[in-house]
Design a protein around this ligand. Sequence first.
Ligand SMILES: *[C@@H]1O[C@H](CO)[C@@H](O)[C@H](O)[C@H]1NC(C)=O
Ligand SMILES: *[C@@H]1O[C@H](CO)[C@@H](O)[C@H](O)[C@H]1NC(C)=O
Ligand SMILES: *[C@@H]1O[C@H](CO)[C@@H](O)[C@H](O)[C@H]1NC(C)=O
Ligand SMILES: [Zn+2]
Length: 291
Amino acid sequence: MAALVLIAAPGAHSWSKEGHIITCRIAQSLLDEGPAEIVRNLLPDYAGGDLSSLCVWPDQIRHWYKYRWTSPLHFIDTPDKACAFDYSRDCHDPEGTEDMCVAGAVGNFTAQLLHYHHGTSDRRYNLTEALLFLSHFMGDIHQPMHVGFTTDEGGNTIQVRWFRHKSNLHHVWDREIILTALADYYEKDMDLLLQDLQNNLTTGIWADDISSWEECEDPSSCSSRYAVESINLACKWGYNGVTQGETLADEYFDSRMSIVMKRIAQGGVRLAMILNRVFAVHKNHHIPPPT
Ligand SMILES: *[C@@H]1O[C@H](CO)[C@@H](O)[C@H](O)[C@H]1NC(C)=O
Ligand SMILES: *[C@@H]1O[C@H](CO)[C@@H](O)[C@H](O)[C@H]1NC(C)=O
Ligand SMILES: *[C@@H]1O[C@H](CO)[C@@H](O)[C@H](O)[C@H]1NC(C)=O
Ligand SMILES: [Zn+2]
């Protein structure tokens, strides 16, 4: 497994590494005992049992020839200004291949991981990769601007200033808000932020919301629900009022930080929910395959 080399990716289009790491740490902390062991077994040795150490891997390999097919799986382009997601209309790559979007990918890799219980004889799937892809894409689908408008590429072509430096609207949501939050409130220490998130999940503001976040009859259609939530947030909080070349600063940050934190927490809670279900040892794990 030494081939899984970590290289920093230039201009990653994803929750920043911080966003993915926190999502995966939350998820791993919420795993039941059996599923936790299966996750540790699927991870390569050098991950040291830490899922979060490899949750950015799909961003690092997306431009490699072997993995070029994964490139459209990080996001969804929806019709400009529609502020809606429709799986059959919107979940495809630029060539129109169905299911090739982040909602389809969540269903795909969830279905693949169900093969874990069907024994190791099925060599069609690499379940280590499936685990890393699912963990990463559950983060991406919760980043509101990953379900954005087609023409502006989810805000990537909307140039803005973030306080004093140049950025773009997509990147503001991938990373800038998280970095500003870390600097302003958490001494730039991700562990302090993670602790605060986890307190808000166990005893704080979200303690009563977790069970509704986890509700899911069928993970392949739940991923559509997460995408709908994201495009709604993108419209209401991401795009709303932002114009090309504008400077975004305190006012934008203060009103958006809590949304970013909640999406990271939701991604983690829901990733744990899916992994607990697909790897449940004695429970019925017949989750229908993706449509
Ligand atoms: C599964 O994928 C990982 C990561 O790409 C790789 O290191 C490993 O060799 C693969 N396993 C098999 C059995 O192909
Ligand atoms: C599902 O995963 C397989 C590789 O395991 C890939 O060939 C296929 O394109 C993927 N489809 C989606 C929608 O992710
Ligand atoms: C946790 O909740 C408190 C109280 O509402 C809030 O001030 C803080 O920003 C929250 N932390 C995170 C990381 O969301
Ligand atoms: Zn991504």
